[in-house]
Design a protein around this ligand. Structure first.
Ligand SMILES: [Zn+2]
Length: 272
């Protein structure tokens, strides 16, 4: 599933393909992606406009248009963008296309999404899903004080909090699992039980986990399972201490961790 590094790589590609481009044709063939708006809003938002910017917050992309319009794209579980020639036939699972002319050359940017959990939302202002996002580790940097305050208010498990897009934007199961292992923190530790050093370690680990996927240019979603420290490796030896890695389900998602070298903090305040 795409996480921050995957969406950032998509943004860089879209920037190369679309920045300064004029949209000549656009079509979305699947109203599930534009819901609750009709699929034709996709074309209406884009056609005849020039793309003036492409930005990202968390797992959301925003195409900015010269009339003030915006097209928001979320890749869901299996979404992705690709560039083809205008005359190229539709790709497998293609759901939308944007035909453009940029610097005198035409091309066609296609959106593919096998499972169709992605979103394509045309709007004239920022949508609530975008505005509600917490700080983005790349756009805003990771502010340890801010993260500390956000975690200290909450009793939920730190792993679930990291995946809450209002706490940190862009972190999914893979980044959270890897960062907690790097920071030596048990994913079940309640947010308000973390010590200042834990939050600092976590902020550093998140930055490292993101930088690692970006440097490989592969993102999380397309990485080989064996390229992660612990994600997807339950039952294998911990790369740090060789203890067999454990797994449990937290907030509906599988969490792999080392019960030996990832410390479990306990709540400082009893709740009842
Ligand atoms: Zn270990």
């Amino acid at each position: 599933m795409p996480e921050l590094p995957d969406v950032e790589l998509a943004r860089r590609s879209l920037r190369r393909w679309l920045l300064g481009a004029e949209v000549h044709a656009a079509v979305c063939s699947d109203a599930r992606l534009t819901d609750p708006a009709p699929a034709r809003l996709f074309a209406r938002t884009l056609v005849g406009k020039t793309v003036t910017g492409i930005s990202r917050r968390g797992k959301w992309l925003r195409l900015e248009l010269d009339d003030g319009g915006r097209m928001f794209s979320h890749l869901g579980m299996t979404g992705g963008w690709a560039r083809l020639a205008v005359e190229a036939p539709p790709l497998r699972f293609e759901r939308a296309r944007i035909d453009v002319v940029r610097r005198g050359r035409s091309s066609s940017v296609r959106y593919v999404d096998a499972r169709r959990f992605g979103r394509l939302i045309g709007a004239h202002e920022d949508i609530a899903d975008w505005s509600a996002l917490g700080p983005d580790p790349l756009v805003d940097g990771i502010d340890v004080q801010g993260l500390s305050r956000a975690l200290a208010k909450r009793r939920r498990a730190v792993k679930e909090l990291l995946m809450d897009q209002r706490v940190v934007a862009g972190v999914g199961n893979i980044l959270a699992t890897e960062a907690l292992w790097m920071a030596r923190l048990d994913p079940r530790s309640p947010g308000n039980a973390l010590l200042p050093g834990d939050v600092r370690a976590l902020a550093t680990a998140l930055g490292r986990a993101i930088a690692r996927e970006l440097a490989e240019g592969r993102g999380c979603g397309s990485a080989e399972p064996g390229s992660f420290f612990v994600y997807g490796r339950a039952g294998e030896p911990c790369p740090r201490c060789a203890t067999r890695l454990s797994s449990l389900v937290l907030g509906g998602r599988t969490s792999v961790f080392c019960a030996h070298c990832q410390v479990r903090r306990r709540a400082r305040y009893t709740s009842r």
